[in-house]
Design a binder for this molecule. Structure first.
Ligand SMILES: [Mg+2]
Length: 249
């Protein structure tokens, strides 16, 4: 483990690290690859590990040091692809094998349709914005869980207190990484918890309107005019965190 690197980038994937035009992505990945030993890269995504693993088959995408998947409920070491036990145990304890309980609880609620995702520590639905009831959301909280709505389409039921942001903070502590060298990045409402950590953050130019509205209360977040990877790169410059080139041997 390298305790301190020039930068820890904790970034969402869809629309953020995977966002922007093809040439914007290629240039940014090349920039990161050329400075890879000075960068700690953490993917923080609502996707599952299978999706993240499929990215590793695309040669130009830098491999992550750590992956926070399933909206903060799965944490692995990117080199071994094994759970980061210290953080994963905290999440497991909070969830306590609740998948079936959650499915039963919400089986008859209007405007919800299960997503075809078999994640061990969350239950995910598609929701219809005009049919979803406040009472349904209250029911989730009353049963001792948290939920997150994103992209006006996705509802995730999560262990209480677990989200992308809290899991990231646990991970940084577990690996002894310093917050002042960490930058977060995202584009939808499920990234708000990353920005709520108080760490410096970048909302990319394609950020959804409800995230932009929520970010008015955050002065630690820079909203870039550029989309996806171009927005991240712009934000790194904004914060003076462009990574120095690796010295030749
Ligand atoms: Mg996204």
């Amino acid at each position: 483990m390298v305790a301190n690197r020039d930068l820890t980038l904790a970034t969402d994937l869809d629309g953020t690290f995977l966002g922007g035009s093809e040439w914007q992505r290629r240039d940014f990945y090349h920039y990161l690859q050329s400075r890879r030993d000075r960068l700690r890269l953490i993917f923080v995504t609502g996707r599952d590990l299978d999706f993240v693993q499929s990215l590793s088959q695309q040669a130009d995408i830098p491999s992550p040091d750590y992956v926070i998947a399933d909206v903060g409920t799965t944490v692995i070491d990117g080199r071994t692809w094994q759970p980061l036990t210290a953080v994963q145990a905290w999440i497991d304890h909070g969830w306590d094998h609740a998948n079936e309980r959650v499915r039963s609880l919400l089986a008859a609620e209007p405007g919800l349709r299960p997503q075809p995702i078999a994640a061990p520590r969350r239950v995910s639905y598609y929701y219809e914005p005009d049919r979803l009831q406040t009472a349904t959301l209250d029911k989730i909280r009353a049963a001792g869980f948290d939920y997150i709505l994103s992209a006006e389409r996705y509802l995730d039921v999560l262990p209480a207190g677990v989200c992308k942001g809290t899991t990231l903070l646990k991970l940084l502590t577990a690996i002894d990484a310093t917050g002042d060298r960490t930058i977060t990045a995202g584009d939808t409402l499920n990234d708000l918890s990353l920005f709520a950590t108080g760490l410096r953050g970048i909302a990319v130019g394609n950020a959804e309107p409800c995230l932009r509205r929520a970010l008015r209360a955050y002065n630690n977040v820079y909203i870039s005019p550029y989309p996806g990877t171009a927005g991240i790169w712009d934000g790194l410059r904004h914060f003076g965190c462009a990574i120095a080139a690796t010295a030749s041997p």
